[in-house]
Ligand binder design. Structure first.
Ligand code: 5GP
Length: 188
């Protein structure tokens, strides 16, 4: 009988990788000033844990704000992403780093990037904890390319470390592959 959850990345592996990402981002944005700090836009709710750890390790002036985005129902996309892009977030002239939990088809990040480019951001980059490049829509392969990636993973449905399955399992400390059809009662 197969298990419902298998570990893909341990909490320790994720933490170590966040240290590396924070060092790379801090180096790349070393010219950022207190007058125009880096603006981290964290997607709700999956990326909250990742963004909270990341921003506390950055050594450049930074601010954080949040975007509500959701497109998944169960283990498959529910259609076009639903956005509340927070009309009050003024990105004109700002250096924006979108912090995402996982990039899959690329639809979500494509819409976010377009929206904030139209609103006059000086620069927009993507930092994602996980990337599933094999799932990218063909038309987005060239345009949705995250600048900072925690881990590239195959086409698997994952939970934990902020990622949910219909609002469950977000608090699992490791990133786990979820097999919804496996035997009940094998949750960790
Ligand atoms: P995209 O628009 O790139 O297809 O989807 C991005 C969003 O889909 C992510 O922010 C996340 O909410 C959801 N998603 C994609 N793959 C997974 C996955 O393996 N596990 C979970 N929990 N959510 C996923």
């Amino acid at each position: 009988m197969s298990e419902r959850f298998t570990i893909l990345k341990t909490n320790e592996e994720v933490s170590r990788r966040i240290d590396e990402l924070a060092a790379a981002i801090s180096a790349d944005y070393c010219d950022i000033t207190e007058e125009n700090p880096l603006l981290l836009l964290c997607t709700l709710r999956g990326a909250v844990f990742f963004a909270a750890d990341l921003i506390r390790k950055l050594t450049v002036p930074s601010e954080i704000n949040f975007l509500k985005v959701h497109s998944y129902q169960g283990t498959r996309p529910a259609g076009s992403p639903i956005f509340d892009l927070g009309e009050r977030i003024d990105v004109r002239g700002r250096y924006v780093l979108v912090v995402e939990d996982i990039v899959d088809t690329g639809q979500t990040m494509d819409t976010v990037i377009r929206n904030f480019s139209d609103k006059g951001a000086a620069d927009i980059r993507i930092c994602t904890m996980l990337d599933k490049p094999s799932r990218r829509y063909p038309q987005l392969k060239e345009t949705v390319v995250p600048d900072y990636i925690g881990f590239e993973i195959p086409d698997l449905f994952v939970v934990g470390w902020g990622l949910d399955y219909d609002e469950k399992y977000r608090l699992l400390p490791d990133i786990m592959v979820y097999h919804p059809d496996a035997e009940e009662g094998k949750e960790q």
